[in-house]
Design a protein around this ligand. Sequence first.
Ligand SMILES: C[S@@+](CC[C@H](N)C(=O)[O-])C[C@H]1O[C@@H](n2cnc3c(N)ncnc32)[C@H](O)[C@@H]1O
Ligand code: SF4
Ligand code: SF4
Length: 373
Amino acid sequence: MSDLDLQVKQSLQRVSHQFSDAALKNAQLNDQEKFAFKTKLESTPIRMRIELTNECNLRCTFCYKSYFNNKDKLQMSLDVFKKLDPYMKRAKFLTFFTKSEPLIAENLKPALEMTADYGAVRYFSTNGIPLTREKSEWLVDNRLTFLQVSVNSFTPKEYAKVYRGGQLEVLENNLKTLNDVKKERKSVFPKVRISMCGTKESIVNIEDGIRFAKKYQLEEGVQITPFYELGEEHDGQTYEDSPEFFRSYYERGKRLANELGVPFWIISDATNPDGELKYCYDPWESMSIEPNGEVFPCVVSNQSMGNVNKQSLDEIWNGPKIQEFRSKVNIPTDDQNEECKNCLNCHVHKLKTATNTARPLKTFAGGYYRVKN
Ligand SMILES: C[S@@+](CC[C@H](N)C(=O)[O-])C[C@H]1O[C@@H](n2cnc3c(N)ncnc32)[C@H](O)[C@@H]1O
Ligand code: SF4
Ligand code: SF4
């Protein structure tokens, strides 16, 4: 999910990046327009979230993929990808996934090649299992900026139980190979981090995660992201269920990371009061595109704003649907968009009561519908 955006902001405090003049100029205008809550924008998105496929090779127990399904298995065609070009050239961030597994996307390689010189920070999140040597070479040769590898469990038995369809040994070998390719090509890219989705079961592995990042020289270290419960089996697994328990492990994590010199941070740290009362600017800053060309205003809303196969990017970005949606994001009244009232993306949106439960959700952005409670 878009926690990755926050994480990239963190990483950019350490890693300098030369954005194109066009992207910087566009971002400046975008800032002015979003703070004024304009609904019609002259600027284009500063972030393009591009779902290259909606498939995944795994079915992790904590993930919505185990609770929601979508009618069609989709791969983004090059034709659709190329339609995004004018906006990609002015964006600061290109995210090559939203909710699925980008390493099994048919057009990942051309997508990386086409955008290598655009000057944007480019990144994606993966379970790392499909990362063959050949794919590592695509990432290194095309200078992907950041790669996030999702892993919560650090023993083969637990990993296989949680990351259904995956094996820890495969992931570890793939990370070694990626490091070899970076060394051979004398490249520092992609900069790698692991992301641990913090369930009550997995948070006890926090120190193992930090040692794992150290062992595989993952320069961007470890991040902890909040867990959203999706079904009955997730009862009692969130931070809010046991804040003291989570906080004690956060402290252990901070201590060890400091000792080992591993970058470490907790996204949406519920212990941080600054996480309260923020406006959401997602539909001003970002465009989220599904493999079939459908455009969504953010990664949560399931309302399509148009399709790049039928309309131009400009027609969608400033069309009546998105203008109405923007006008109803940051108003804490009954008129607020339904999905904003109970937004899962609570790190950006705590105007009212944020929630860490997705259990009432029947659908999800991108045409997903619930198959299990
Ligand atoms: C949906 S996955 C898609 C990308 C890729 N397959 C991966 O696992 O990194 C993106 C991120 O969402 C996180 N995630 C999955 N289920 C979640 C849940 N119920 N609550 C919070 N984050 C979740 C994963 O840990 C992963 O880091
Ligand atoms: S690998 Fe990623 S998308 Fe696939 S089931 Fe696991 S968390 Fe979900
Ligand atoms: S607050 Fe609304 S616009 Fe923002 S991420 Fe949530 S659903 Fe989307």
